[in-house]
Design a binder for this molecule. Structure first.
Ligand code: SF4
Length: 301
C-alpha cells in the first residue's frame, strides 16, 4: 500500500552537506591502501586529470571497472535523504551543470578517493544496527550517482545482498537501460526535477529534461517509490504556471509519495569562487516564505 503523498520543504543533504559533513571525507583512505593494495596501482592508472565536465553530456555510461568508483565523501548520519538515518555515499561526477549547484566541487569526474564496493559496504555494516533501528539505510548521491552507473549498480547490489534499504539521489540523466539496471536494486529514488518546462530545464542544467521524466516513468513501471525534489529559485524556477504544470504532470504517478520543495540558499556560493567558476546567481535571493508556501500549496494539489 502506498504512503500518502507529502509535500514538504527542506534543505537536502546536497544543499547542507558542507555544513554537516566537512569531516565526511571517506574514512577509509588509509585502510584502502592497507586492505586493497591493488588500489594504488588502479589509482595511478586512473585518469590523473580531474575534469569539470565530460567531453559531452552523453547519456552513455562510462563502463569502467564496476567495482571501483570515485567517492567524493561519506556521511554516516544523513537525516533527510530517505527514511530513517541514512549512510550517504557521495559519488564524484555529474553531467549536469546547474546554475544553482551548491556543490560544484562534486561535479568533477575522476576526483575524490578511489574505493571498492567491498570497502564501502564493509564500513556501512559498522552502522547496521542504528540504520536498521531507525528504519534507514543507504543513499547514494553525488554529484549524480548515475554518472558512475556500473559502480553504482555494483554498490546497490551489494547493499541489497546485505539487507539494506537503498536510495539514490539523482537527476535521472541516463539511458533507459542504465536506469532499469540501477532501479532493479533501488528501493527509493530521490528524483531532482529542476523544472517541468523543457526550456527552463535546459537553461538551468545544460541538458535535456526528457531522460529525467523517462526515469520517473521507468520508476513507476518498476514499482519503485519516488520522492520528487524541486529547488525553488527566485527568477529561475519560480514560474507559477510551470509549478502548476509540474503538479499536473506528477498527479498520475502513484509511486511519487513525497514532493520536497527545497529553497534556494546561498551557503555554497563561495565554492564557485574557490573553483574559479562563473556563477550567475550572486544577486539571487533565497525565496520568501510566501513564495515557498505558494510552491508547496501548488505541488500539494
Ligand atoms: S544535478 Fe545539478 S545540483 Fe546536482 S550535483 Fe549536478 S550540477 Fe549540481
Amino acid at each position: 500500500m502506498r504512503l500518502p503523498r507529502e509535500v514538504v520543504n527542506l534543505m537536502d543533504s546536497k544543499h547542507c552537506k558542507k555544513l554537516c559533513s566537512t569531516s565526511a571525507k571517506p574514512k577509509l583512505d588509509t585502510a584502502s591502501k592497507l586492505i586493497m593494495p591493488e588500489l594504488s596501482a588502479a589509482s595511478k592508472s586512473a585518469s590523473p586529470e580531474p575534469c569539470l565536465e565530460p567531453k559531452s553530456a552523453s547519456l552513455e555510461p562510462n563502463a569502467a571497472a564496476p567495482t571501483l568508483g570515485y567517492v567524493h565523501s561519506i556521511d554516516t548520519c544523513g537525516m533527510v535523504d530517505g527514511p530513517g538515518i541514512r549512510y550517504l555515499v557521495f559519488l564524484s561526477g555529474c553531467k549536469l551543470k546547474c546554475k544553482y549547484c551548491h556543490n560544484p566541487d562534486t561535479q568533477r569526474f575522476n576526483t575524490g578517493t578511489i574505493m571498492t564496493v567491498n570497502e564501502i559496504v564493509k564500513d556501512i555494516k559498522l552502522y547496521r544496527s542504528y540504520l536498521k533501528f531507525s528504519g534507514g539505510g543507504v543513499t547514494v548521491t553525488g554529484g549524480d550517482p548515475l554518472a558512475q552507473p556500473a559502480f553504482l549498480e555494483a554498490l546497490l547490489v551489494k547493499c541489497k545482498e546485505e539487507g539494506f534499504h537503498t536510495a539514490i539521489d539523482t537527476a535521472g540523466y541516463a539511458t533507459a537501460s542504465v536506469v532499469g539496471r540501477v532501479l532493479a536494486h533501488t528501493d527509493l529514488v530521490l528524483l531532482d526535477i529542476k523544472s517541468i518546462n523543457a526550456k527552463t530545464y535546459k537553461y538551468v542544467t545544460n541538458v535535456s529534461l526528457d531522460p529525467t521524466l523517462d526515469t520517473l516513468r521507468i520508476s513507476q513501471k518498476m514499482g519503485v517509490d519516488v520522492w520528487v525534489r524541486f529547488v525553488l529559485v527566485p527568477g529561475l524556477t519560480d514560474d507559477v504556471s510551470d509549478m502548476y504544470k509540474m503538479a499536473e504532470f506528477l498527479a498520475p504517478f502513484d509511486n511519487v509519495t513525497k514532493i520536497d520543495v527545497i529553497p534556494f540558499h546561498k551557503t555554497g556560493e563561495y565554492k564557485w569562487r574557490d573553483l574559479n567558476l562563473d556563477y550567475e546567481l550572486w544577486d539571487t535571493p533565497a525565496p520568501s516564505q510566501e513564495l515557498l508556501s505558494l510552491a508547496q500549496g501548488i505541488l500539494a494539489k
